[in-house]
Design a protein around this ligand. Structure first.
Ligand code: SAH
Length: 268
């Protein structure tokens, strides 16, 4: 089925990408099956697709034959393009009359700097729309058979970034909620954050997981405890991009997979 066939199945019709407009869209975590139909419509109609490093090649392959692919983002943790440069590039392309698809991994407004880009576009009057995407935090949990919420287990889910400008973030406040914590961009700070959460009272035996490259052929899942997670991840060479989830919901995986629940726990 081509992208157009898939879109033709839509009852409400396909949104039309006007020249000079920017669509700020989420590409989802990797698997093209998790793209929205609106993002697909953007890929099929765009003149230029400005994407970041996390956008899966299988998703980029859905771009129309005349679309130009432009990489803008970070590679290997090194900023190859500054945020201001990217925003200015979007403005310049739109002003040149292009249909500009700004495609970001996951959801553009979840730890994706999409907010900054949207603000620049708004400030200079470039018309744009935002198309949400399936964020890695939710997709990785689902891919690992870990329910994000379960009645009787939790009634909130916390999404937090494991690194950012604000290094004196209040981990204690998060730990106190007793609700599961889903961490993005955390692999380099895992040891430190796990220690901070334990110092704040989260039990060392709290179930915890790392889900790397979720929904891609390279997906790997590690089940451990808060205390052992960083060491296990290091020893087993888990690499970014990865989502970490800490909380009792991790244990539900064993039940969903029909495994012995105790097998997911570390011995005391
Ligand atoms: N806007 C994105 C997040 C960008 S921040 C979203 O909504 O998903 C980058 C972080 O996202 C990575 O460090 C990693 O924590 C997470 N991530 C993105 N894709 C992922 C994937 N396929 N598997 C696991 N984690 C992923």
């Amino acid at each position: 089925m081509t992208a157009w066939d898939a879109m033709a199945a839509r009852r409400a019709g396909v949104p039309v990408f006007a020249p000079g407009h920017v669509w700020l869209a989420g590409a989802g975590p990797g698997d093209p099956g998790l793209l929205t139909l609106d993002a697909l419509a953007g890929l099929a109609q765009a003149d230029v697709v400005v994407h970041d490093a996390l956008v899966d090649e299988r998703v980029l392959a859905l771009a129309g034959p005349l679309a130009r692919l432009e990489f803008a983002g970070k590679r290997g943790g090194k900023p190859s393009t500054t945020q201001a440069d990217i925003s200015q590039r979007l403005v310049a392309l739109a002003r040149a009359g292009k249909r500009v698809l700004r495609l970001k991994g996951g959801d553009p407004f979840v730890f994706g700097r999409g907010g900054e880009e949207a603000m620049t576009l708004a400030a200079v009057g470039v018309p744009f729309r935002v198309i949400p995407g399936v964020t890695a935090g939710l997709a990785a949990l689902a891919a690992a058979s870990i329910p994000a919420t379960l009645r009787g287990v939790n009634r909130a889910v916390i999404f937090a970034a494991g690194h950012g400008a604000d290094e004196d973030f209040d981990w204690t406040a998060l730990a106190r909620t007793g609700q599961p914590i889903v961490l993005y961009m955390v692999m380099h700070n895992l040891e430190r954050i796990a220690s901070a959460l334990m110092a704040a009272g989260l039990g060392a035996q709290t179930p915890a997981a790392v889900i790397a490259s979720a929904t891609t052929p390279k997906q790997r899942v590690l089940i451990s405890t808060l205390e052992k997670l960083a060491a296990d991840a290091r020893q087993q060479k888990f690499e970014p991009p990865a989502i970490v989830v800490i909380g009792e919901i991790v244990q539900m995986r064993a039940r969903l997979l029909g495994e012995d629940v105790s097998a997911a726990k570390e011995p005391p």
